[in-house]
Design a binder for this molecule. Structure first.
Ligand SMILES: NC(=O)c1ccc[n+]([C@@H]2O[C@H](COP(=O)([O-])OP(=O)(O)OC[C@H]3O[C@@H](n4cnc5c(N)ncnc54)[C@H](O)[C@@H]3O)[C@@H](O)[C@H]2O)c1
Length: 320
């Protein structure tokens, strides 16, 4: 199995900062690169605050914030960031032209054995890797925000990605404490963002068609499906709901057909639905009384509480 010690993090925005926080906390030496000096400086402040948050919540183990921070170097030079890297995690703007150019540059500058992974949420690796000399080492490793807290990383290859690259990326993600999920083929939105997109469309439609307020739609979700979602995905949920998946389909096929027939199928949001959602969200109590930053801090604190429960009870993959 490929040994990975040095990492290049390309792009120091929200996602790059999260990767740098996590990787440095797990003992990896890394060089963080961005084309903007102010962003790099700000990223170091944000990474320190992320690490302090992890330390304060007992998520750093034996590590200390200062020790982890010492493992991070910053640079405006792409060559410096990738020329000694075993693994490169790219997190720049989600734009084909930007990523295609950058992947060609990284491919030329990095050691031949290095893996080059993209954090992209919306683009296909098959297109990004097309003009790269060694496309088999290019892969998707898609995280969720906040990257240093959320366990999931979706790993997927483009058409030319090698099985060895997929396995090594998957292994690295496991080693840094992530829960990687391997896709058998790439598809826009991977798994979770497709599920989220289906849910979001229906949530918007419920608000727009006057079934419930935005506050009530979110509350209904949180206090039911949301509450058990660290344990049950939609498919195991159906197995339990039907007393067996076969019986579920026998018993609920008709009622699901009626639901599906009455549900929204639009592909681009109307101005009216957007306005209704914007008004509804702005009327939510938490949005009226807290700033965005305060809500994010509250979210991260609560996510840590939930992760601690999962960690202390084994983990949600353990079915004792
Ligand atoms: N924000 C999310 O919720 C989220 C979640 C998962 C994955 N992603 C993906 O992660 C990537 C980064 O997203 P983000 O939210 O961190 O964006 P961001 O705008 O916060 O950061 C992007 C950074 O890339 C830098 N950059 C742009 N071109 C560059 C180049 N050629 N070389 C080096 N640096 C460059 C910018 O200066 C900026 O600091 C995107 O591909 C996005 O799809 C985003």
């Amino acid at each position: 199995m490929k040994i990975i010690t040095n990492i290049g993090c390309i792009g120091a925005g929200l996602i790059g900062q999260g990767w740098a926080t996590l990787l440095s906390s797990k003992g990896y030496e890394l060089i963080l690169h961005d084309i903007n000096a102010d962003i790099l400086e700000n990223a170091l402040r944000k990474i320190r605050s992320n690490l302090e948050f992890l330390e304060a919540n007992d998520f750093l183990g034996q590590e200390k914030t200062d020790t982890a921070l010492k493992r991070i170097k910053t640079t405006m030079s792409l060559a410096e960031a990738v020329s000694n890297a075993d693994y490169i995690q790219e997190s720049v703007f989600d734009d084909y032209e930007v990523k295609k150019r950058l992947f060609r540059e990284m491919d030329a500058l990095a050691p031949k054995s290095a893996i080059i992974a993209s954090s992209t949420s919306g683009l296909l690796m098959t297109r990004i890797q097309k003009k790269v000399t060694e496309p088999e080492r290019c892969v998707l490793a898609h995280p969720y925000l906040p990257v240093h807290l959320m366990p999931l990383v979706e790993v997927a290859g483009g058409k030319q990605t090698s099985p060895e690259t997929l396995a090594a990326t998957f292994g690295l993600m496991q080693k840094i404490g992530k829960t990687p999920v391997m896709l058998k083929k790439e598809v826009p939105g991977y798994i979770v963002n497709r599920l989220q997109a289906a849910l979001l469309r229906e949530a918007i439609d419920l608000v727009d068609s006057g079934v419930a307020s935005a506050e009530e739609v979110d509350r209904a979700f949180r206090m039911s499906v949301g509450l058990r979602s660290p344990l049950l995905g939609p498919l195991l949920r159906a197995h339990l709901a039907g007393d067996g998946i076969e019986r579920f389909f026998e018993n609920y096929a008709q009622s699901y057909r009626i639901r599906w027939e009455s549900m929204a199928t639009w592909n681009s949001i109307s101005e009216q639905a957007a306005d209704a959602t914007i008004n509804g969200v702005n009327e939510m109590e938490i949005v009226r009384t807290k700033s965005l930053e305060e809500i994010k801090k509250w979210r991260d604190k609560r996510v840590v509480d939930i992760l601690r429960i999962i960690r202390e009870s084994g983990n949600s993959e353990q079915h004792e």
